[in-house]
Design a protein around this ligand. Structure first.
Ligand code: ZN
Length: 159
C-alpha cells in the first residue's frame, strides 16, 4: 500500500502485556476479552495469519482492520478486509486504520498497528506532505535530497 504513512507500531506494548500474562500478574480473562462485535468482524472481515495465538497457542491469529475518518461518515468505525483498503484509500483524502489481532479461539485481542492512508499522500508532492508533518521543510528537503530512495515514503519518513 503505497499511501500508508505515519505508522505506529504497538508490538512493545503487546510484548509487555504478554510478559505480565505469562508471569501471572495479569489474568488471561483480562486479556482474552474480545467482544462479540470484534469476533464477528474477525469472522467476516478478518485477515487470517499463520501466527499462533500467544495466549492459548491453539488457534492462529486474525487481523481486523478498523477504519476511521470524517469522510467515511456512517462507515467510520467499521471493519474492512485488507483487500478493500487500497481501494478505500484512493476514494478518500485521509483514513485512519487500526489493526487489531484477535484469537477466535480464546478471545485474546490487542491493537498492533495504526496508520494513515488516503489520497492526501498523492495529491501534494511528497516533500510538502512530509514537511508539514515534520513541522519544518528545510530539514526534510536536505535529508531527502541526499537520499537515493525516493520510492518509499514510509521508509523515508522514518529516516
Ligand atoms: Zn488464543
Amino acid at each position: 500500500m503505497r499511501t500508508q504513512r505515519q505508522v505506529v507500531d504497538y508490538s512493545l506494548q503487546k510484548r509487555a502485556l504478554l510478559r505480565d500474562v505469562y508471569s501471572g500478574r495479569v489474568g488471561t480473562y483480562e486479556v482474552c476479552d474480545a467482544s462479540p462485535y470484534l469476533l464477528s468482524a474477525a469472522r467476516f472481515h478478518g485477515e487470517p495469519t499463520d501466527q499462533r495465538c500467544p495466549v492459548c497457542r491453539r488457534e492462529n491469529l486474525t487481523h481486523v482492520h478498523y477504519i476511521y475518518g470524517d469522510e467515511l461518515k456512517q462507515s467510520a468505525g467499521q471493519a474492512r478486509s485488507r483487500a478493500e483498503l487500497p481501494v478505500l484509500a484512493m476514494s478518500v483524502r485521509e483514513v485512519q486504520v487500526y489493526v487489531v489481532e484477535v484469537c477466535r479461539g480464546c478471545g485474546w485481542n490487542h491493537l498492533i498497528e495504526q496508520f494513515l492512508m488516503g489520497r492526501a499522500a498523492l495529491d501534494a508532492p511528497a516533500l510538502e506532505v512530509e514537511a508539514a508533518a515534520a513541522g519544518g521543510w528545510r530539514s526534510t528537503v536536505s535529508v531527502r535530497a541526499g537520499s537515493p530512495r525516493r520510492s518509499s515514503m514510509t521508509r523515508e519518513a522514518a529516516e
